[in-house]
Design a protein around this ligand. Structure first.
Ligand code: GLU
Length: 410
C-alpha cells in the first residue's frame, strides 16, 4: 500500500490550505490550487497469451499556472487516482519551490512492473502515449520517469510521440543519453538528495565527514543518493530494498555494490528486514522508496536526527507531527528530491535549444540551484517561525498563487 486510500491528496491539500491561511490568500484561490486542472483515466488492453488484460492508466494535470505541466509516470500495482492527484499536486509545489518554469502533473499505470516483460512494458507505454497524446507535448505536459519506469520507457514514449506528432525531443525527459537525454539526469534525483543531506548537516553544525546515513530503497534514487553520500564523506551504514536490508556500522562500500540487481546479491552477515532500516540509529535517514512508510506504526521508533525525504510523501501527516514533537528534523520531499525535475528542466532546455551541456556543467548548475532552494526554505522557516515542510509550502504556494492570480487579474 502506498497510502491509506483517499488520503494522499487530502494530506497535500492540508499543507496547501495551511500555507494559504498564513499568506492570507482568498479562499477561492486556495480552492483552485487544491483542485486538478484535468484528469484523464484510460484503459490499456494488454495482450496476455490469447486473451487480454485491461489495465488502468492515468494522467493528472494539476496546474499550468507557472508553465507546461511536468511530472513522471509511475508503474505500481497500488497506483490509483487519489495517489496520482497527490503526486501531480506535489509536482506543482516542487517546480515552484525550485523556480523552474513548469506546472505539475503525474501519470501512472496500475500494474506490478516486476511482473512485466520488456515487450509488455513497451506496449503499455506506447498505448499510454497514444491515448494521451492530445494533452501532451513540450509546451503542454512533459512526462518523465518515476517509480517502475526508466530511461528506456521514455525512449519508447518519445518514439511513439514522434510517430504521431513529428520530431519533438523535449516532449519527454529522462531519456537515454544517446537519444536526446542529458548526461547527469539519471543521477540527478539521488545527487540532489545527498547534497541536501550534506547541507542539512552543515546547517545544524554537524560534520559531514563520517556522518552516518541509512537509506530505504536501492532503485534509481536510493542508489545515487547512497553513492553521492559516500563521495561527500558520509558513512552509509544501512541499506534496504524489497529483498531486505543490510547493516554495516563501518560503512557499506556503495561503489562496490552499485550495479547489483538487488541487495539479496550482496554478501552480508548482518541482514535486516526492508522496513527495519527506518529504525536504525543514524544521523540521516533517507526514505527513498514508497510513500507512507513512516507512519503511526513506526514513527516512535525512528532514531535518526534528520529525515531527508528521497521518496514522494514517505511520511504521513500525523507521523510528521510526531517526528517534530520528538525533535527530529524532516527535510520535505518537494525540496529533498527536487533534483530530478531540476535535471529534467536542464534536459528540456537543451532539447529545445538543440544544444548539449557537459556533465560538469549539469552537476554544477544542479548543486548551485539546490543549495539556493535549501537556503530559501531555511530562511522562510525562520521568517515564519515554522518547520521546513510548512516553509517549503509557503514559498511554493505563494509563487503559484501569484502566477494564478496575475493570469486572471485576481
Ligand atoms: N518523477 C520525478 C519526481 O517525482 C521526476 C519528475 C520529472 O522529472 O518530471 O519528481
Amino acid at each position: 500500500m502506498t497510502h491509506t486510500k483517499s488520503s494522499a491528496f487530502a494530506e497535500v491539500n492540508e499543507k496547501v490550505a495551511q500555507a494559504g491561511e498564513i499568506l492570507g490568500l482568498k479562499s477561492g484561490v486556495v480552492k483552485a490550487l487544491s483542485s486538478c486542472e484535468r484528469e484523464v483515466v484510460i484503459s490499456i488492453p494488454l495482450r496476455r497469451g490469447d486473451d487480454v488484460d485491461v489495465l488502468t492508466g492515468y494522467r493528472v494535470q494539476h496546474s499550468s499556472a507557472r508553465g507546461p505541466r511536468k511530472g513522471g509516470i509511475r508503474f505500481h500495482q497500488d497506483v490509483d487516482l487519489d495517489d496520482v492527484r497527490a503526486l501531480a499536486s506535489l509536482m506543482t509545489w516542487k517546480t515552484a519551490l525550485i523556480d523552474v518554469p513548469f506546472g505539475g502533473a503525474k501519470g501512472g499505470v496500475a500494474v506490478d512492473p516486476s511482473k512485466l516483460t520488456s515487450i509488455e512494458k513497451e506496449e503499455i507505454i506506447r498505448r499510454w502515449t497514444r491515448s494521451l497524446v492530445h494533452v501532451l507535448g513540450h509546451h503542454r505536459d512533459i512526462p518523465a520517469p518515476d517509480m517502475g519506469t526508466d530511461a528506456k520507457s521514455m525512449a519508447w514514449l518519445m518514439d511513439e510521440f514522434h510517430r504521431l506528432e513529428g520530431f519533438q525531443p523535449a516532449c519527454v525527459t529522462g531519456k537515454p543519453v544517446e537519444l536526446f537525454g542529458a548526461a547527469g539526469r539519471e543521477e540527478a534525483t539521488g545527487r540532489g538528495v545527498a547534497m541536501i543531506a550534506a547541507a542539512t548537516l552543515k546547517e545544524n553544525k554537524i560534520k559531514v565527514e563520517g556522518a552516518t546515513v541509512a537509506i530505504q530503497g536501492f532503485g534509481n534514487v536510493g542508489r545515487y543518493a547512497a553513492l553521492v553520500c559516500q563521495e561527500l564523506g558520509m558513512k552509509v551504514i544501512a541499506l534496504s530494498d524489497m529483498s531486505g536490508g543490510i547493516v554495516d556500522k563501518k560503512g557499506i562500500d556503495i561503489k562496490a555494490i552499485f550495479n547489483v540487481a538487488s541487495l539479496a546479491d550482496v554478501k552480508s552477515d548482518n541482514r535486516i528486514g526492508s522496513a527495519d532500516v527506518l529504525e536504525i540509529e543514524c544521523d540521516v535517514l533517507i526514505p527513498a522508496a514508497l510513500g507512507n512508510v513512516i507512519n503511526d506504526s513506526n514513527v516512535d521508533k525512528i532514531k535518526a536526527a534528520f529525515v531527508v525525504e528521497g521518496a514522494n510523501q514517505p511520511t504521513s501527516t500525523s507521523a510528521d507531527r510526531k517526528l517534530r514533537a520528538n525533535s527530529i528534523v524532516v527535510v520535505p520531499d518537494i525540496l529533498a528530491n527536487s533534483g530530478g525535475v531540476m535535471g529534467s528542466y536542464f534536459e528540456w532546455t537543451q532539447n529545445i535549444q538543440q544544444f548539449s551541456w557537459p556533465i560538469e556543467k549539469f552537476r554544477g548548475e544542479l548543486d548551485v540551484r539546490m543549495q539556493k532552494a535549501f537556503v530559501n526554505v531555511n530562511e522562510t522557516a525562520t521568517k515564519y517561525n515554522t518547520d521546513l515542510r510548512s516553509a517549503a509550502f509557503i514559498l511554493a504556494v505563494e509563487r503559484v498563487a501569484n502566477a494564478f492570480s496575475q493570469r486572471g487579474s485576481l
